[in-house]
Design a protein around this ligand. Structure first.
Ligand SMILES: Cc1ncc(C[n+]2csc(CCOP(=O)(O)OP(=O)(O)O)c2C)c(N)n1
Length: 515
């Protein structure tokens, strides 16, 4: 058995069963080894941003890492933006980065680069395997690091000669580490705040936005009058009819400050303290109200659900959670806009859907329109690096066979990793993609004003935010990659096309032309 075979066998033994890949020459023994380990499914993606974003979606849905296979420093570099998003999502993910043979590095061949330095900022763990004998043990350490709560990117650098050298053996998996229990005095201090009669907010993040944490948090809110919010961009938010509804903190700082206003105690359950996405002249970066006491009930790597259950036991005995009632918007007539499109999506969202939301400005109306739809998961752009939504949907679909996946995607963001559509078609993934085609970088037109740069901005500036000439033809792009596609220009057209796409298995794309 060579190093690559021992590595892949070890990974499969550790529960790593999918490898999203874009390989090169230094990874050829890894590629060849896939045929000897049928438990590992290789999934080809046509750019590294798709590879890493798909692994993020897979990890968010399974709680287990997918592997990615990347080609030296440049391959890793192409995948970095979505590794950054995965880091922000605390997704378990194993990045295998192929490298030149150990003895070839001194020659400074064209693809030679400093892989460690590229990997470190997005990784919780980085190691270079130096011998075929070590690679399997390194893989076990890598998986343990990726899975250590709350999860992260572990990067294993794999020299070509470590892959091809014979005499390697698989290593035994280690049981994953459990989330850390929250000490009684911490839950006790939060309980004291909740009993004080002073206004409290509980801010949920990470596992706090999943069941059973949501039920416990809702019981606390019902019993004490505390207000519940979710972090602005959660990795995975379980929501819909029957699940306690949690409004997310707004992206715009002014709105977020209004939501948090009046709180005397801010209890963080798996969430970070809320800060403004960017600095704006004259606005604070810290969004909590002045004088508000912060209680860290649970860090993201702690047992958030257990801490909330303990808290509910202390302050909410006998209280029932407030379940979101089932309700859907009526199908609208008339023009297609971000608002009517959201109503259509809310009216038709299927039970058990997984939504990848990178609709940017068009996502504003989606939370309210879908709040009472059947239970579903909502995945968001955790790290602000656009080009994540389409790859994320691919990984979520591969992680969750049988569940419908819906990618809600802004046109500008879609173009970063549009190659994901080819992987949808090749793998036959049940993904319905909606492109919100407003033919501009709308959010940046708004930000131009908000940062105070609009007075100086003229034709040249507006040109950098405009996507209208030539108009992107998303139906042609999709069909060119094997995904059936249609274009909607009215709300009823959109409803008919979405209904049809959701009813048929396999990938579909709808280009929604909106103002
Ligand atoms: C990797 C990366 N590059 C650039 C940006 C800056 N950026 C933020 S939003 C945006 C454009 C978004 O336009 P679109 O996806 O069409 O959504 P819209 O604002 O029109 O709703 C850009 C370029 C970013 N966030 N991430």
């Amino acid at each position: 058995m060579n190093g690559a075979q021992a590595l892949i066998r070890t990974l499969a033994g550790c529960g790593v069963e999918v490898c999203f890949a874009n390989p090169g020459t230094s990874e050829m023994h890894f590629v060849a080894a896939l045929d000897t380990v049928p438990e590992m499914r290789g999934v080809l993606c046509l750019s590294e941003g798709v590879v890493t974003g798909a692994a993020d979606g897979y990890g968010r849905m399974t709680g287990r890492p997918a592997a990615v296979l990347l080609h030296l420093g440049p391959g890793l570099g192409n995948g970095l933006a979505n590794l950054h998003n995965a880091r922000r999502a605390a997704t378990p993910l194993l990045a295998v980065v192929g490298d030149h043979a150990t003895y070839h590095k001194r020659l400074d061949a064209p693809l030679e680069s400093d892989i460690e330095s590229l990997a470190r900022p997005v990784s919780v763990w980085v190691r270079r395997s130096l011998r075929a004998d070590d690679v399997a043990a390194d893989a076990v350490d890598a998986v343990a690091a990726a899975c250590a709560p709350p999860g992260g990117v572990a990067t294993l650098i794999l020299p070509a000669d470590v892959s091809w050298t014979d005499g390697a053996q698989p290593a035994t998996p280690r049981p994953p580490r459990r989330p850390a229990p929250v000490p009684d005095e911490v839950t006790g201090s939060a309980a004291k705040a909740l009993r004080s009669g002073e206004p409290c907010i509980i801010l949920l993040g990470g596992a706090g936005l999943r069941e059973p944490a949501l039920d416990a948090a809702s019981r606390v809110a019902v019993a004490t009058g505390a207000r519940l919010f979710g972090e602005t961009f959660p990795a995975r938010h379980e929501r819909g009819a029957g699940i306690p509804a949690v409004e997310r903190i707004a992206y715009l700082a002014e709105f977020a400050m209004a939501q948090l206003k009046g709180a005397r105690h801010l209890i963080l359950a798996g969430a970070r303290y809320p800060v403004s996405f960017f600095a704006y002249p004259g606005l604070p970066g810290s969004l909590g109200p002045g004088g508000c006491e912060v209680h860290v009930l649970a860090e993201p790597g702690d047992d958030v659900a257990r801490a909330l259950a303990t808290l509910a036991g202390a302050v909410a005995a006998g209280a029932a959670p407030a379940a979101q009632p089932a309700q859907r918007p009526a199908l609208p007539g008339g023009d297609l806009t971000a608002e009517t499109a959201a109503a259509v999506i809310g009216a038709l969202l299927p039970e058990g859907a997984i939504v990848s939301d990178e609709a940017v400005t068009s996502s504003v109306f989606l939370p309210a329109a879908t709040a009472g739809a059947p239970p579903h998961d909502w995945l968001t752009l955790t790290g602000g690096a656009i080009g994540q939504g389409l790859p994320l949907a691919a990984g979520a679909a591969i992680a969750s066979p049988g569940r419908p996946v819906i990618a809600l995607e802004a046109d500008g963001s879609a173009m970063y990793t549009i190659q994901a559509l080819w992987t949808y078609a090749r793998e036959g993934l049940d993904i319905t993609t909606v492109i919100f085609s407003n033919r501009k970088y709308a959010i940046l037109a708004m930000e131009l004003q908000r940062v105070g740069a609009s007075a100086a901005a003229g034709e040249a500036a507006r040109g950098l935010l405009d996507l209208s000439a030539p108009a992107l033809d998303f139906t042609a792009l999709a069909t060119g990659m094997g995904v059936p596609a249609s274009r909607a220009t009215t709300a009823p057209e959109f409803a008919a096309q979405l209904g049809k796409a959701l009813a048929e298995p396999g990938p579909h794309l709808i280009e929604a032309i909106i103002p």
